[in-house]
Write a protein that binds this ligand. Structure first.
Ligand code: ADP
Length: 607
């Protein structure tokens, strides 16, 4: 039969409880009974003992009354005789009612009754005789006389006293014996209960904590990830059922883990296959910089293996660190931000895209690094720049001779020109000038693009740039009757840059200002230091630029419709932007149509 834990506990503890209750009850009963009995015996015998004492006393006095009478004290003697008989009789009555020892006490009392009746009758006869009568002496001393009867009664009283006292001692001894037996019995019962309790405790300690301990150990191991751990089913009670349920739970957990694992594996394989299919190097690192995912392109380019700590190459180190620690992405856009790696004996260019990866709480868990391979575009761009440079260069030589020819013809040193011829030649000169400016701009752009990464930075005094540009443009301004001012302010901190290119940028702004400012207007060149930057400003009093066109003026080939100068190319401001970007600066334009424009170039101050 399978016993439940509850039943086992009850079955183990109930006998102990019952035994304890029974023992308590027996002990109480023994105490109650013994106490009651002793009490009764002592009380009963004590009454007899007292009655005997009193009777003895009275008997002595009765006896002494006879002696008084014989010695002539008749009055006192008679009174004493009568009075003491009253006391004696009443005590005898008490004893008669309190016979407890059968048959001995009863027989003695019976004997005492006939003795005292006889003794009293003889006494009364004694006193009935005249005082001083010699018969009285015979009554008292004769055989049997009052004296001998007196001693006989005393003997009986003493005997009754003795057996009562004996009875009391016997009761005491009995009580002692009962107490001893009860003590032994209680001790034995207590020892039995103690033994039983020890046995029950031993049994419970060996059957209950064992399985619980096993289950606790198993739960701890399962908590540590060992899902294959099973709890042995030792008993078939509640603990056994708990162990079975526990094992069923771990089995289910194993199934779940298996499912989750295969799902995870599938997801990981899909992710891996996806990034493997990209030709661009893709890499995912965890927060500690360990590579979690890398496609073959990344592995061969960066030489990384999965789960290895990856030390990024120099240009990526800072951006990856910032993505992991500051959650700051780095998304390179222009060719100037491209990084170059040597693979298979050739240089390849990549635009790094580094993004932090965040979990649902917004905490960084890693970073994704994608290197967009732009080698082909870069070569195409190079090809385009080379083509533009070559074509421009090739066009410039014949154009120079055309311009020269037009100049010579217009000077009329070869021969006079008709008005129509002069008009046509002036038109040709203007167009050739425009063509030259376009070619110059194209050459400048091609040169900038080709050598943007090779810019040599030196320390430059900002005012020297302004003065140089102003000097160069002075002639054109005077021709057009435009006033040109260079404002001198506070001493300025130096800037770092390429003096030729910065001069070209400022010169383009000044050239535009002079071009678009009508005769009588003013062009002001200035520079000031603010917020750690040096700001060059070229202000004019020209027509200004409508607000809707302002965002586009720095785009290539953009010209404000309806107001651009005849000889413009739409490339001047884009060259400015290109140069300023390469100097990590900012170019901006502020304009009020009808009142003029201010173009600003802000460069970081210091070397
Ligand atoms: P462009 O060779 O046509 O001057 P830019 O790139 O230098 O080309 O300038 C783009 C356009 O911006 C110009 O066509 C002109 O309409 C406008 N612009 C440039 N500078 C000024 C200026 N100082 N005042 C008014 N408009 C200007």
């Amino acid at each position: 039969m399978i016993w439940s834990l509850r039943r086992r506990l009850i079955a183990s503890l109930a006998p102990v409880g019952i035994l304890l209750a029974a023992l308590g009850a027996v002990g109480l009963a023994v105490l109650w009974h013994t106490g009651g009995r002793i009490d009764a015996i002592i009380k009963e015998n004590y009454v007899s003992v007292r009655a005997m004492d009193e009777m003895n006393e009275r008997l002595e006095r009765i006896d002494s009354s006879f002696q008084f009478a014989l010695s002539g004290r008749e009055g006192d003697a008679k009174a004493q005789f009568a009075a003491n008989w009253v006391g004696f009789e009443s005590q005898f009555h008490i004893e008669e009612e309190n016979i407890t020892i059968f048959p001995a006490e009863q027989e003695l009392v019976e004997g005492l009754r006939s003795l005292k009746t006889d003794y009293r009758a003889r006494g009364e006869r004694f006193y009935a005789r005249p005082s001083g009568s010699p018969d009285r002496r015979t009554d008292y001393f004769g055989k049997p006389g009052l004296l001998s009867q007196f001693s006989e009664i005393k003997t009986v009283i003493a005997e009754i006293l003795r057996i009562n006292q004996e009875n009391m001692f016997q009761a005491r001894d009995e009580a002692k014996a009962t107490a001893r037996i009860a003590l032994i019995g209680l001790g034995a019962a207590l020892a039995l209960i103690g033994g039983l309790l020890f046995g029950v405790t031993w049994y419970l300690l060996h059957t209950i904590p064992g399985p619980i301990r096993l289950m606790t150990e198993a739960a701890q191991e399962i908590g540590g990830g060992h899902l294959d751990r099973e709890v042995p089913v030792v008993t078939h009670d509640e603990l056994g059922r708990l162990a079975q349920a526990f094992n069923a739970m771990t089995r289910q957990l194993r199934v779940y883990r298996q499912t989750d694992l295969s799902r995870l594996l599938r997801a990981q394989q899909t992710a891996q296959a996806t990034i493997d299919s990209f030709p661009d190097p893709i890499l995912v690192v965890d927060i500690d910089g360990h590579v979690e995912l890398a496609n073959p392109a990344a592995r061969s380019l960066l030489g990384v293996g999965s789960s290895a700590t990856w030390i990024p190459p120099e240009p990526l180190r800072q951006p990856v660190h910032e993505a992991l620690t500051l959650q700051r992405p780095r998304l390179a856009e222009g060719f100037d931000q491209a990084i170059t790696f040597q693979t298979g004996g050739e240089d390849r260019s990549y635009l790094p895209q580094i993004r932090p990866i965040r979990d649902a709480n917004g905490d960084t868990t890693g970073a994704a690094v994608v290197l967009n391979d732009i080698t082909r575009f870069r070569l195409l761009d190079q090809f385009k720049s080379d083509l533009v440079a070559t074509v421009s260069h090739e066009l410039k030589t014949p154009l120079t001779s055309v311009r020269l020819a037009v100049h010579v013809l217009l000077e009329e040193s070869i021969g006079p020109l008709t008005a129509k011829q002069t008009e046509m030649l002036l038109d040709a000169r203007e167009n050739s000038e425009r063509l030259l400016r376009l070619i110059d701009h194209l050459l400048a752009l091609a040169r900038l693009e080709r050598s943007s990464s090779a810019t040599k930075f030196v320390t430059i005094d900002p005012m020297s740039i302004l003065e140089r540009v102003a000097t160069e443009a002075q002639g054109r301004a005077e021709d057009k009757h435009v006033e040109m001012i260079v404002e001198k302010g506070e001493p300025l901190p130096p800037v770092s840059g390429d003096p030729e290119r910065l001069a070209l940028a400022v010169a383009n702004l000044v050239e535009n200002a002079v071009t678009y400012t009508p005769t009588g207007g003013k062009v002001t060149l200035s520079a000031l230091a603010a917020d750690g930057r040096v700001v060059f400003a070229v202000a004019d009093t020209g027509p200004g630029i409508p607000a809707e066109h302002l965002p586009h003026v720095f785009e290539r080939f953009f010209r404000v419709p309806g107001q651009s100068a005849e000889g413009g190319t739409g490339l001047g401001l884009s060259i400015v932007k290109e140069i300023v970007d390469a100097h990590h600066g900012e170019v901006s334009c502020e304009s009020t149509p009808g009142h003029g424009s201010v173009f600003r170039i802000a460069l970081p101050a210091g070397v």
